[in-house]
Design a protein around this ligand. Structure first.
Ligand code: G16
Length: 543
């Protein structure tokens, strides 16, 4: 086996986005494309020689080939050991668990999350650091800078490593340990949640359905929900990971998890439903005839954390991304704990958790998590809800309604305009910024604008600043409209418009959010000139 030094030329489009580098599979398949990025990671990840690195992915198309390439490159770059999930599989939360448990130098996760897979779908790669979390911006920026000047990469001339069974292998001077992708994660979940109480709940006849969307969480959900907690066989649907996710979008929302939604909204449906995404870090929570928004879910978990063994000793603080609704802020206020507002991107929570400032965090984009790892965690959120349901013995809808009664309801919706022409989407953002000077104090319908800005965040731990993180139109009554361009799409641009209002009156809590927010939605479209600038008369997805 010899180390080959391959001459290469930079690609100009390897700047990591909200969560790693995401591109079409066909882009990654171009000669040297994957290798350039992986070498840029190795060149920017600090002193990795002799260290251990975790490797795994969500099983999507191109996962297998990429894993073998990365193993050969790791060996050529003098990495000491690779811990890889069996069959090349590791959910994002499981990868974070393994990085932390075995104190590795970091990990490489292959996923494009909720984006579609298959030969014409998307692929992605992200680097996580020793704390188990996504690399912070200073490292992703260093990777990008390196990718712009790279002129060679190193790769070992060796055969594929068998990954189908656990065991150890040698590749050049490097050890490859093939690990059970589920075991460490399942053990951690048992430490955090009251498994006997959940087991009792299920034994008493409480029914649930978990939609793994043919993505990575199938094996995790079979083991935890069915084997360890005793849920009936068949509880997990679409439980076999497929390279193209069965031709569907592995995105746990009302639009893409339709089969599950139909079951929960039928009379014979189960009591509880949940879904997770491609790499297992997102979650959607449903009750019987009831959808829980991710923002409300974070607020409920925070309010009920005292009922869950892993969080019984109290929360140090909570954090949410800026576009996430302010529901959790009200709970934090009542609990007397700090609530941080960060830009979109899980990486921004890492410092706060490492510094012990927050215990729980969440985002409107179906992400919730805690300091048990440094990624958001789909099954963790499901188990948290099950633990609360076991403790409170009330239906999901009842818990939510009681919550709104106590804290008031933050009506919330997100309207996505996908695959826009980039210049048109940027034009909307520029047009909005140009109006800042004249907007403040102006009356729009029955709302008066109090403040508008482009959100900027200074990390309270390391002092780093991230600006241009989304346009906020804040109204005097606490309502908000937020506009952002997504950092995870791979075709054109996606404009996200987040709309929120606060309703303290329980008599008005039963309204449909689209109805309650209709006047603000109209204002949002008008202010952004969305229809005239894009030709779209409706959003592509509403959540
Ligand atoms: C990633 C990030 C999240 C972010 C989401 C959506 O999630 O980790 O923090 O909220 O993308 O980002 P955007 O609005 O820029 O598309 P995931 O699950 O895709 O890794």
């Amino acid at each position: 086996m010899t180390i080959q030094q391959i001459a290469t030329q930079p690609f100009s489009d390897q700047r990591p986005g909200t969560s790693g580098l995401r591109k079409k599979v066909t882009r990654f398949q171009q000669p040297h494309y994957l290798e350039n990025f992986v070498q840029s990671i190795f060149d920017s990840a600090g002193d990795i020689q002799g260290k251990t690195v975790v490797l795994g992915g969500d099983g999507r198309y191109y996962n297998q080939q990429a894993i073998q390439t990365i193993i050969r490159m790791a060996a050529a770059n003098d990495i000491g050991k690779i811990m890889v999930g069996r069959a090349g599989l590791l959910s994002t939360p499981a990868a974070s668990t393994v990085i932390r448990k075995y104190h590795t130098h970091g990990g490489i996760i292959l996923s494009a999350s909720h984006n579609a897979g298959g030969p014409d779908g998307d692929f992605g790669i992200k680097y996580n650091t020793a704390n188990g979390g996504p690399a912070p911006e200073k490292i992703t920026e260093a990777i990008y800078q390196r990718s712009k000047e790279i002129d060679r990469y190193l790769i070992l001339d060796s055969t594929d490593v068998p990954l189908e069974q656990c065991g150890t292998h040698r590749v050049g001077g490097m050890e490859v340990e093939v690990i059970d992708p589920v075991a460490d994660y399942a053990e951690l979940m048992e430490q955090l949640f009251d498994f006997p109480a959940i087991r009792n709940l299920l034994a008493e006849g409480f029914t649930l359905r978990f939609d793994a969307m043919h993505a990575i969480t199938g094996p995790y959900a079979h083991e935890i929900l069915e084997n360890r907690l005793g849920a009936a066989t068949g509880t997990v649907i679409n439980g076999t990971p497929l390279p193209d996710f069965g031709g569907h979008h592995p995105d746990p929302n009302l639009a893409h998890a339709r089969e599950l939604v139909e079951q929960l909204f039928s009379d014979e449906g189960p009591d509880f439903g949940a879904a997770s995404d491609g790499d297992g870090d997102r979650n959607m929570i449903l009750g019987k005839n009831f959808y829980v928004t991710p923002s409300d879910s974070l607020a409920v978990l925070t309010a009920n954390a005292g009922r869950v063994p892993g969080y019984r000793n109290g929360l140090t603080g909570v954090a949410r991304s800026m576009p996430t609704s302010l529901a959790v802020d009200r709970v934090a206020e009542k609990l007397g704990i700090d609530c941080y507002e960060t830009p979109t991107g899980w990486k921004f929570f890492g410092n706060l958790m490492d510094a012990g400032k927050v215990t729980l965090c969440g985002e409107e984009s179906f992400g919730t998590g805690s300091n048990h790892i440094r990624e958001k965690d789909g099954l963790w959120a499901v188990l948290f809800w099950l633990n609360i349901l076991a403790a409170r013995k009330q239906p999901v809808a009842g818990i939510m309604q009681q919550h709104w009664k106590e804290y008031g309801r933050n009506f919330y919706t997100r309207h996505d305009y996908e695959e826009l022409i980039l210049e048109e989407a940027q034009g909307i953002m520029e047009h909005l910024e140009q109006q800042f000077a004249t907007l403040e104090g102006r009356r729009l319908g029955s709302y008066r604008v109090e403040q508008c800005d482009n959100f900027s965040y200074t990390d309270p731990v390391d002092g780093s600043t991230s600006s241009g993180q989304g346009i906020r139109i804040l109204f005097e009554d606490g309502s908000r409209i937020v506009y952002r361009l997504s950092g995870t799409g791979t075709v054109g641009a996606t404009l996200r418009v987040y709309i929120e209002s606060y309703e303290p009156d329980p008599g008005k809590h039963q309204q449909d959010p689209q109805h309650a927010l209709a006047p603000l939605i109209d204002i949002a479209v008008e202010l952004g000139q969305i229809d005239s600038r894009t030709g779209r008369t409706a959003p592509s997805v509403i959540t």
